[in-house]
Design a protein around this ligand. Structure first.
Ligand SMILES: Cc1cc2nc3c(=O)[nH]c(=O)nc-3n(C[C@H](O)[C@H](O)[C@H](O)COP(=O)(O)O)c2cc1C
Length: 325
């Protein structure tokens, strides 16, 4: 069985983590990933304290295993962060802090609440900064990932981060959706993977059916980086653009960001309405290039099991067979 240091640290069976997607996770998905031996993380950035309490309670009804709660630090508020700590998750997962935001108080408070801190970065200096502030695990996320990403790919980013912060364990994220991706991440020096897009194409994921179908339909070539939806929702990100599928909504607004700023309430209303009526051409379809690897909607637990089994098979059979005597 595949075991890495992250399995021991998190007390999980498989080195596979569900990314804490604010717009793509719910208790059912988190519990499904945790329940089959991975680590589920719930995105709670925009949840009220009451919602967080209810969702953490629901996860505990569904599984006895460890789980994480995720905050996008650029948008963290005191009441919501305090509610996260009160919920006593095994992992406090964080990402996207402002350059001048002090990480130390967030991480210290998480440790005092008995949690491990997992921080996601998209550059080497961010990784060094996170470890300096006390992070226990660093997620190195490449630009091919879904949602908000930086500018360097997973393949060159992960080994650089591993080297820079050794012996702190690193998870690879961005572009991983199958066992070959997990095996590759381990070869790069990561202790496991954190996955977003693959887990959106599950029955459990709380995104519209048309969104899931758009992931299946994508060959991975039709994504681009844009700020259009962020501008409409009034969210200024610390240096990140969002990787989304090119659809009618993006075609209409990309390059006309000034006009989105001018009409942002109207555009935000249209995006929410598109979600209500499940219109994939008018939705903000955050997804990564790994969509090209995804061909079916499958239960999250099966995805975890298949990724691990494929990775084991590659490591056990294919790779040794390549070594000449
Ligand atoms: C719809 C969507 C929403 C996301 N929201 C968050 C979030 O709230 N917090 C976070 O740390 N990462 C978020 N991410 C990034 C994921 O945690 C993960 O790093 C990324 O999906 C990895 O790339 P992949 O999509 O190729 O697996 C999001 C990703 C997607 C696709």
């Amino acid at each position: 069985m595949l075991r890495t240091r992250i399995c021991d640290l998190l007390k999980i069976d498989h080195p596979v983590v569900l990314g804490g997607m604010a717009s793509g996770t719910n208790p059912a998905l988190v519990a499904a990933v945790t329940g089959c031996g991975g680590l589920g993380i719930l995105g709670v950035t925009f949840m009220t304290p009451e919602q967080q309490r209810a969702d953490a309670g629901r996860i505990r009804e569904l599984t006895r295993g460890p789980f994480g709660l995720n905050h996008l630090l650029a948008f963290a508020t005191e009441d919501r962060y305090a509610a996260t700590l009160e919920a006593r998750p095994r992992v406090v997962s964080t990402a996207w802090a402002w350059a001048d935001q002090d990480l130390r108080p967030y991480f210290d408070r998480a440790h005092e609440a008995g949690a491990l801190v997992m921080h996601m970065v998209s550059t080497v200096p961010e990784a060094v900064r996170a470890v300096g502030a006390g992070a226990d695990i660093v997620v190195a996320q490449g630009t091919e990932g879904g949602g908000h990403v930086g500018w360097i790919s997973t393949l060159p980013l992960v080994p650089q981060v591993v080297r820079a912060i050794e012996p702190v364990p690193v998870l690879a994220a961005g572009g991983i959706a199958d066992g070959a991706g997990l095996a590759a991440a381990l070869a790069l020096g990561a202790e496991g993977v954190l996955i977003g897009t693959r887990f959106l194409a599950t029955p459990e994921a709380p995104v519209p059916a048309g969104y899931k179908q758009a992931i299946l339909a994508s060959d991975g070539h039709n994504t681009l980086l844009t700020e259009v939806a962020d501008i409409a929702f009034g969210l200024v990100w610390p240096g990140a653009m969002s990787r989304v599928a090119r659809n009618r909504f993006v075609e209409r607004w990309a390059g006309r960001e000034w006009e989105v700023r001018q009409r942002r309430h109207e555009v935000a209303r249209q995006l929410r309405a598109a979600r209500e009526r499940d219109d994939a051409e008018e939705l903000n379809l955050q997804m990564g290039q790994a969509a090209g690897l995804i061909t079916e909607i499958a239960p999250a637990a099966r995805i975890v099991r298949e990724i691990v089994a494929q990775a084991e098979q590659i490591i056990r059979d294919r790779l040794p067979s390549l070594l000449a005597d």
